[in-house]
Design a protein around this ligand. Structure first.
Ligand SMILES: C[S@@+](CC[C@H](N)C(=O)[O-])C[C@H]1O[C@@H](n2cnc3c(N)ncnc32)[C@H](O)[C@@H]1O
Length: 275
């Protein structure tokens, strides 16, 4: 699958998922928000752009810090939800790597789990650098690849059920090859950022196993596409395998405690004097 096909898959894949994403998967992505905002030095009055804002959870946290926030998302329903949650924030529909902003506009750019949804991560980093003021901060999170357990249990369940991964559903994303500490750092350095660092964030996502199944099927793209296009019996078989696999993480309260791991990359836009 080439980058344009990946982008087309993504555009179609998010349609109609915003509300379910907000109720479900956004609970796992929320964990990284304080680290992301700290890495981008977002404080009161920082003029910050939240890219791939989804339902606006990072935007809300930046508003809570009294930052001056602008947000964009490729999906109109996500953008509408982010705007409804944050009435004071201008929210635009924009598809990375294109952004409707002038050069040198922002003090900071943040993107929580969006770089792994873009067809061209390098071009996206170049655009983000363009809209950052010289010396301004970028911070991005991304899932590690191969997939960490909270996501990986679905791939494993599909395989255990003997289901072939459909050819027209991406097996990874163009970001997958960079989704480890050193390669992610090299991607930012190649795009011209300085003071680059990539940290690993690990946490436990506690969730009812049936709710997590629904969160993934209703509120995400790739695993949802693989599973929901199967017939009912096959979906039931995949779910049985999923429940068997996640038993390993069962808690006495009837939840599962799923390990999650993400990368947090940050860098500073060059000042033009080599510094
Ligand atoms: C996993 S969600 C992350 C949402 C939110 N940042 C969060 O922390 O939960 C990815 C979001 O990126 C958006 N997205 C995907 N590709 C994009 C692109 N090329 N440009 C802008 N947004 C994109 C999707 O519509 C979706 O809202």
């Amino acid at each position: 699958m080439n980058n344009d096909d990946f982008d087309s898959f993504e555009r179609a894949g998010w349609v109609g998922r915003a509300a379910a994403y907000q109720r479900g998967f956004a609970r796992i992505t929320a964990h990284t928000i304080p680290f992301l905002l700290d890495a981008a030095k977002v404080t009161a009055d920082t003029h910050v752009l939240d890219v791939g804002c989804g339902p606006g959870i990072v935007t809300s946290a930046a508003v809570d810090r009294a930052a001056d926030v602008v947000a964009v998302d490729a999906d109109p329903e996500m953008a509408a939800l982010a705007g409804a949650e944050n009435p004071s924030v201008p929210v635009h529909v924009a598809v990375l790597p294109t952004l409707p902003f002038a050069d040198n506009t922002f003090d900071a750019v943040v993107g929580n789990f969006v770089i792994n949804h873009t067809g061209d991560p390098a071009a996206t980093l170049t655009t983000l650098r363009r809209v950052l003021k010289p010396g301004a901060h970028l911070a991005l999170t991304c899932w590690t690849y191969p997939a960490m357990r909270a996501n990986g249990v679905f791939t494993e369940a599909v395989e255990a059920a003997g289901v072939h991964h459909p050819d027209d559903v991406p097996a990874g994303s163009p970001m997958s090859q960079h989704a480890q500490q050193a390669p992610f750092g090299e991607l930012l350095t190649s795009a011209g950022y300085r003071d680059v660092r990539v940290d690993v964030l690990s946490w436990i996502h506690r969730v009812d196993p049936h709710a997590w199944w629904t969160d993934i099927l209703a509120g995400t793209c790739v695993n949802a596409a693989v599973i929901t296009r199967q017939d009912e019996l096959t979906q039931a078989r995949i779910k049985r395998e999923y429940l068997r696999i996640v038993k390993e993480y069962a808690t006495p309260e009837g939840q599962v405690a799923l390990p999650a791991v993400a990368l947090l990359a940050s860098g500073v836009a060059p000042t033009g004097d080599g510094g």
